[in-house]
Structures are given as C-alpha cells and as structure tokens.
Design a binder for this molecule. Structure first.
Ligand code: NAD
Length: 282
C-alpha cells in the first residue's frame, strides 16, 4: 500500500480521489484550506511552504504519488486573477518542487495535476501571462490580464491552467523527474459537477455561458469518474505515461481543435536532438 499527498482533498474531485485511495487501503495526506490533515492556504508562499513541510513530516520523507487538485474557478472579482495565479499555478509547482525528492525516493511515483479544458477552449489568453507564470512572476502575470476588465478572471483561469500544463510537460521529460522514476501527467476535465461548478451555475450570467458551451457528449462530468481517472493514472498502468495531458471533457476540446493536434515535430527540433542532446537513446 502506498502513501499519497492530495491537495484540494476536502471537496469535489480531490475528495473523490482521496476517498478512492483510502478505500483501496492507501494512506492519504490531504491538504486543503479547510477540513484536512494539513490545513494550509496555498495562495501564499508561507502556506505552500507549510504544506510541503507538514506533508513530508507526516509521510516520513517518501511519497508514492501526489494529486494536485486544489484550485479556484474563474468567479468574478477584483483580486481574483492574483488568487487564481497563486493557487492554480504556484499551489501546484511550489508543492511539487518541494516534494520531488520524496517522490524520487519511492522509485516509481506518479503525479496527477488537475489542469482543465479551459487550456484549449478559452480564447485570447495572452502569451505574456503564461510566460510570466513559467518565469515565476505572479505580479507580471496579473498585470498582463488587467486590460480584460471583468473578463480577467476567466482569462487568468485559462492562463493558469495552460502554464501549469506546460510546466508538467517541460518537467515530465527531464532527468530530475522522468529519470528519477516519477511519472508527471495532467488531467484536463471539462465541466464537472462539483461545488466549484455549482458556484458558477448559481450566477445567471456564468450559467448562461456554461449552458451554451458545446459539449458533444452532452451534460456534465461526474467527480467520481474523474477520481477514477486520477487513480488509474497513479497505478502501474501509468508506468509509460509521461508528460500527457488527458482531456476528459465530453469532446469540447476535440470540437474546437480537432485538426490542431497531433502535429508532426519540426525538423529543426529533431536535428537539434540528434546533434546535441541524445539524452534518451535506449
Ligand atoms: P472544488 O471547489 O470542489 O474543490 C477545490 C478544493 O480546493 C476545495 O476543497 C478548496 O477548499 C481547495 N482550495 C481552494 N483554494 C485553496 C487554497 N487557497 N488553499 C488550499 N486549498 C484551497 O473544485 P473541483 O471542481 O473539485 O476542482 C478540482 C480541480 O479541478 C481544480 O484545480 C479545478 O480548477 C479543476 N477543474 C475543475 C473543473 C470543474 O468543472 N469542476 C473543470 C476543470 C478543471
């Protein structure tokens, strides 16, 4: 049986993962701003350091996996873009940086980050915001969405999830992660019926946008099913899954972007790999 850290364990999909892992006999160290083993505010650097420290202490310095599900939605509000950047981006990467050695200690750890299909279905997310987050600059990220006015939280949400997905893909293939046996992947859900979505549906303007959004499979996703996906991605079945973003969104991403991906790798990248890197040959 393994020991897993799960953020956002008090609600929605994080809770669904936690319940499933515990029912299967695993130990889960839950992290949340409320009702959890480790109560920490992931919107502040101090809260993130506390979460890293306390989880490592409880887990004894070894983690078989981690699920990063804490997140906040694109509700309207002035300070919202900052909160979104802090929780949805830094609340993932700071924790994973802090837990990396403990994950490596397990030999074949698995990590599942909760991204979103907002990554590919939110229009006009500025590249500046994504770059700022990947550079670790929250102030610059927040400034880059100011001109969107009332639409800023929605743009910031999409930007935070794009940045965290790119962080996953960039790091998943590096020696510190792939080479240490850690499988780093992400889930990109569509609209899943959780308290986060219920809050959005309670606002008539947001509900209208959500109900008019194209979902070829129809309806809303189920938190328990996403919990099952996460547990599957923590299992041995994911030994060869590395840097993947798995969309579970009823087809919205495919509807908007069917021909954007897969796309062949540019020749210059292959040439560069063959000339200079050759890191991963068998
Ligand atoms: P949820 O609101 O049910 O759960 C999120 C949890 O994160 C809550 O328990 C909350 O307390 C915790 N959290 C929020 N701010 C925190 C903070 N500052 N510090 C610590 N914990 C904090 O939401 P959910 O729908 O289960 O979402 C889980 C993840 O999936 C999120 O990252 C969300 O962005 C993502 N997601 C959700 C949907 C959806 O439709 N529900 C769609 C795509 C992606």
């Amino acid at each position: 049986m393994g020991i897993y850290a799960v953020t956002g364990a008090a609600s929605g999909m994080g809770r669904a993962v936690t319940d499933r892992l515990r029912s299967a006999g695993h130990t889960v160290v839950g992290v949340d701003i409320k009702e959890s083993d480790v109560v920490a505010d992931l919107s502040t650097p101090g809260g993130r350091q506390q979460a890293v420290r306390e989880v490592l202490k409880i887990a004894g310095g070894r983690l078989d996996g981690a699920v990063l599900a804490a997140g906040i939605g694109p509700a309207p509000g002035r300070g919202r873009p900052r909160l979104i950047a802090e929780v949805n981006y830094f609340g993932v990467v700071d924790l994973l940086d802090g837990w990396r050695s403990a994950l490596a200690s397990a030999g074949k750890a698995k990590v599942v980050v909760f991204s979103s299909n907002s990554t590919t279905t939110t229009p006009a997310v500025p590249g500046r915001m994504i770059k700022a987050l990947l550079d670790g600059d929250a102030d610059r990220a927040v400034r880059s969405v100011r001109l969107f006015g009332k639409g800023a939280p929605g743009i910031a949400y999409g930007g935070s999830k794009i940045a965290v997905s790119r962080w996953v893909r960039r790091n998943a293939v590096r020696p510190e992660w792939a080479g240490s046996g850690i499988r780093l992947n992400a889930l990109a859900p569509g609209a899943i019926m959780t308290p986060l979505l219920e809050k959005q549906l309670a606002t008539p303007a947001e509900a209208k946008v959500i109900h008019s959004f194209p979902v070829p499979a129809g309806g809303f996703g189920d938190a328990g099913q996403l919990g099952d996906w996460a547990v599957f991605m923590l299992s041995d079945a994911a030994d060869f899954l590395c840097g993947s973003i798995v969309f579970v969104d009823g087809g919205s991403d495919a509807y908007f972007r069917s021909d954007d991906w897969p796309r062949s790798v540019p020749v210059r990248r292959i040439v560069r790999y063959l000339r200079r890197f050759r890191e991963f040959g068998r």
